[in-house]
Design a protein around this ligand. Structure first.
Ligand code: SF4
Ligand code: SF4
Length: 718
């Protein structure tokens, strides 16, 4: 159905001081043939909004463009309900606030006016193509599967139950509690964080068992998970028997484990009187601290970073071992005040108020703490442990003799070297994709519990090393996300980071060649395949990033409100001056997550930007289809910049793989460009974070200078 489009141009907020808005109306009327075109001094105030509403009520307009502030402002004000599409053409930020204003005589700058007119054309053309996204429909099962019955799993189950949703909790051991079963005490949990707490596991387990909406499956494992968020089918195995349950989201809380002490022979692991932290914890729980021959251990040493921060073992800090050894040193003194504890560290790491507990142990005359480098660990004739320490606070080279040595071993995820805990029936594999050291891949900064399998969250030491207190907080966070999945999915909406988005990709499969690029490149495993290799979508797994749209060589993947055609229309609407006008045109595709907000920040700071750029927002650089490059070059753009998040191992891409995939695709297209006798440097990807807003002018000007040196795009005007 033909759209009836309105273009509403704001002249407030300094827009009129830079742009001739009446001239923009002519562009909207004559070129776009919009059904309604208006200028208003404050579109966001009641009279401005009423102007739009009255056109909608009268049926003059159904879709509309607000040419004013950026989409990050007044979102709710301009939302006129689900039956009307609105696009925001940010002529305030991209043009009025960042380009040359009128001169002292009130004359507009030609380049500034051209930019504003282009944005009216670009957004006007796009809104005509847009359709209203319809939510996918699904009968959502509002219950949560928790895998793992340790501290994290128990707390996650209790939190989900507290929110009013049923839980199925699967634990592979016969008893609940996980590693905490062996703990003599828990770390300090409340102010002033100076005292150990009793082990509260029993109380926690009895609370769990009292909940009628929590179903427990001890001695069980998850044999298969099929389906998608809101509608997973789980096969739970207990010995020879199996049970199938339907659930809506999953919390993986299978915990961590200690690094294998036996690999630490350079720290004396082979000697009889050397134990790991776990072994010492179990010993302390018995109330007796003894050597291997049963004689009392009166001098007990702890070596920190045992395997951690060591490129030959675990290159990361396990973050919990310092507090753990301080706790165990306190046990030493509780059990026998005559026994001495020595903690040998590289750095003590006791975050936040744990510092108070550290200070309390420092004040104990029977606990000695010294920084130093372990030169050697050996054993004497009586099987006591001799520790040679270099560069210690007690002297350059000292030797310490201990009855018992505890290696403060680091933490490893339970996903390392274990059978799958999930057994997902996904085309991309049965496990969560991992990143480093076997920890599940997630966006650690922005969405810590999210994994790359939508609706499946990880919590506790399975996702990174952490102690009990952090695991409890993690459990609460993941529980909220699991519940959010149930609610958003029941409304057909996307999860992070496009929370609430109703648009999902449509596949025009009649033209699909089964090339499998979309099934392989979707960062979230949304697509399975039928026996012929044709993609089989699972919409609730989709996070609406558009990476599949960028991947498809046949260009048959699109969203109602975001498609290749819509972006191509925007590209083609830019007026390209001919080569003699010496006004180059540079197209910027800016990722909406960080790069686009950087432009907003630059605008708020009134940073001047090159007037030859035109910006097109994209959901993620992963959505860049190579046809955008050919479209841009064929209409005469002199260069194309792709601005997005950092990729690689320490990526910042909000869709994990999007900017990396864009980089791969561009490397391929650059060969083609070279074959066309065009300089491949005309197409370039840049990492731009929000913090880079003040660098934008330099990044863009450097690029424009380089492009200038190549001369105009020879395809201009063809
Ligand atoms: S690539 Fe993105 S948009 Fe496409 S199916 Fe996967 S999650 Fe959805
Ligand atoms: S990328 Fe396109 S052509 Fe290839 S399998 Fe997916 S939908 Fe089909």
């Amino acid at each position: 159905m033909k759209k009836k489009c309105g273009i509403y141009i704001c002249s407030g907020c300094g827009i009129d001081a830079a742009v001739d808005t009446q001239a923009l109306i002519k562009v909207a009327e004559k070129e776009l043939k919009a059904e309604a075109c208006h200028v208003h001094p404050f579109l966001c105030d009641d009279s401005g909004l009423e102007l739009i509403k009255s056109d909608l009520r009268a049926g003059t307009v159904d879709h509309f463009v607000v040419a004013a502030c950026s989409q990050r402002f007044h979102q709710q004000s301009f939302d006129m309900g689900p039956e009307h599409m609105v696009l925001r053409a940010p002529i305030r930020e991209y043009v009025a606030w960042m380009m040359e204003p009128r001169d002292e005589n009130g004359k507009v700058n030609e380049d500034t006016q051209m930019a504003a007119a282009d944005y009216i054309r670009m957004y006007g053309a796009r809104v005509k193509r847009m359709e209203i996204p319809q939510p996918f429909e699904q009968d959502t099962i509002k219950s949560v599967l928790v895998i793992g019955g340790g501290i994290t799993g128990i707390n996650a189950a209790l939190e989900v139950s507290k929110a009013g949703y049923p839980v199925h909790l699967v634990e592979k051991q016969a008893e609940l509690g996980g590693a905490a079963k062996e703990y003599r005490s828990f770390l300090p949990q409340k102010a002033p964080y100076r005292d150990l707490e009793d082990n509260q596991l029993e109380e926690l387990i009895s609370r769990l068992k009292s909940k009628s909406d929590i179903s427990l499956y001890p001695s069980s494992t998850v044999d298969a998970i099929d389906g998608e968020p809101g509608n997973f089918t789980v096969r739970i195995k207990n010995g020879q028997s199996q049970k199938t349950v339907a659930i809506g989201s999953v919390i993986l809380a299978t915990g961590g484990k200690s690094y294998d002490k036996n690999k630490l022979t350079h720290l004396g692991a082979q000697f009889k009187n050397v134990v790991s932290s776990d072994e010492f914890e179990a010993m302390a729980k018995t109330g007796k601290l003894t050597r291997q021959d049963g004689s009392p251990a009166k001098t007990i040493a702890f070596i920190q970073c045992a395997g951690s921060r060591d490129k030959n073992h675990l290159s990361y800090c396990s973050s919990t071992c310092c507090m753990n050894s301080l706790k165990q040193a306190a046990y030493v003194r509780q059990i026998d005040p005559e026994t001495k504890a020595y903690i040998l560290y590289r750095d003590m790491r006791t975050p936040g108020l744990y510092e108070n507990f550290y200070k309390k142990q420092q004040d104990d005359p029977g606990i000695f703490l010294t920084k130093g480098e372990i030169a050697q660990v050996s054993e004497d004739g009586e099987r006591s442990i001799l520790i040679d320490l270099d560069n210690s606070l007690l002297g350059d080279q000292i030797q310490l003799k201990a009855d018992l040595l505890v290696l403060a071993t680091g933490q490893v995820s339970s996903l390392v070297d274990e059978e799958s805990h999930l057994n997902l029936g996904y085309r991309q594999g049965k496990d969560l994709p991992d990143l480093n050291h076997g920890y599940p891949d997630s966006h650690f900064i922005c969405f810590p519990y999210e994994t790359r399998r939508t609706g499946i969250f990880s919590a506790g030491p399975v996702r990174h090393p952490m102690d009990i207190n952090e695991a409890k907080r993690d459990a609460a966070g993941a529980a909220l996300k699991a519940v959010q999945t149930l609610e958003l999915t029941s409304m057909g909406k996307s999860m992070h980071p496009r929370v609430g988005d109703l648009s999902k990709p449509d596949f025009y499969l009649a033209r699909c060649t089964s090339c499998k690029r979309c099934t392989e490149e979707c960062p979230f495993g949304m697509l399975d395949e039928d026996e012929k290799g044709t993609p089989r979508p699972n919409p609730a797994r989709c996070r609406s990033c558009g990476t599949c749209m960028g991947a498809c060589p046949e260009r048959i993947i699109s969203f109602a409100d975001y498609s290749i055609q819509q972006i191509s229309d925007m590209i083609k609407e830019v007026e390209i001056p001919d080569e003699f006008e010496e006004k180059p045109r540079i197209l910027i595709f800016a990722c909406e997550n960080d790069s686009l907000p950087a432009f907003d920040m630059a605008a708020l700071n009134r940073i001047r930007i090159n007037p030859y750029i035109r910006i097109i927002p994209v959901r993620c650089l992963g959505g860049i289809n190579l046809v955008f490059v050919s479209d841009a070059l064929s209409v005469g753009f002199d260069g194309v910049m792709f601005m997005g998040c950092k990729f690689g191992d320490d990526y910042q891409c909000h869709f994990v793989k999007g900017s990396e995939l864009c980089n791969e695709r561009l490397s391929k297209v650059q060969e083609t460009i070279s074959r066309l006798n065009l300089e491949s440097e005309r197409i370039r990807q840049f990492t731009v974070t929000l913090n880079d807003y003040d660098k934008l002018p330099e990044i863009i000007n450097d690029f424009v200078t380089e492009i200038d040196a190549f001369g105009p795009n020879p395809f201009k005007g063809m």
